[in-house]
Write a new protein. Structure first.
Length: 173
């Protein structure tokens, strides 16, 4: 009769392994959360860029005045951009409102999109020009500007540099 030997982990080895895994998880989790938060912020920046380019191109290709504005209910314009925005044909008078052509809602409570400009909405004329002067979209994270998109009167959009972001950090306090 042959004798079989059983191999396995002792309780001490198992506890040491679990303790090491717990320590590594505590180190990795904050870095992972920061990574996810940064990616969500970058995705929001790309969505805003896309919406601005879309609104401007609709104005030029369809030869209509196009309005891009913040919206809380995805049906009416509002000065708050944190819940999303809509694109629609600009009405001739401010009392009437046209049906939205494109709607984007935001479901990121930690990211608050903000617009700083002379008007609360952006109107692109059929030439592609914006009716207002320069303005900027920005998002604050950890009481600093994470990114800024600067829109000029000609309807051109650019990303702000890191130095410009640090110069505008006061907007996040």
């Amino acid at each position: 009769m042959q004798r079989t030997t059983q191999t396995g982990f002792t309780l001490t080895e198992l506890l040491i392994t679990i303790a090491l895994l717990a320590i590594m998880a505590q180190i990795a989790l904050p870095a992972w959360q920061e990574f996810i938060s940064k990616n969500r912020s970058q995705a929001l920046m790309h969505s805003v860029e896309s919406a601005i380019h879309h609104a401007r191109s609709m104005a030029v290709t369809h030869r209509i005045k196009t309005e891009l504005c913040g919206s809380l209910d995805q049906n009416h314009c509002h000065s708050d951009w944190s819940k999303g925005w809509l694109i629609r044909e600009a009405a001739a008078d401010t009392a009437s409102q046209n049906t939205p052509l494109h709607i984007n809602s935001l479901d990121e409570p930690e990211l608050k999109l903000q617009w700083a400009g002379f008007q609360q909405r952006i109107i692109f004329h059929n030439s592609g020009l914006s009716s207002a002067s320069n303005g900027r979209f920005f998002v604050c994270r950890k009481q600093q500007i994470d990114w800024q998109l600067v829109l000029n009167r000609q309807g051109r959009l650019r990303r702000a540099t890191e130095q410009e972001n640090r110069n505008e950090d006061r907007r996040c306090l």
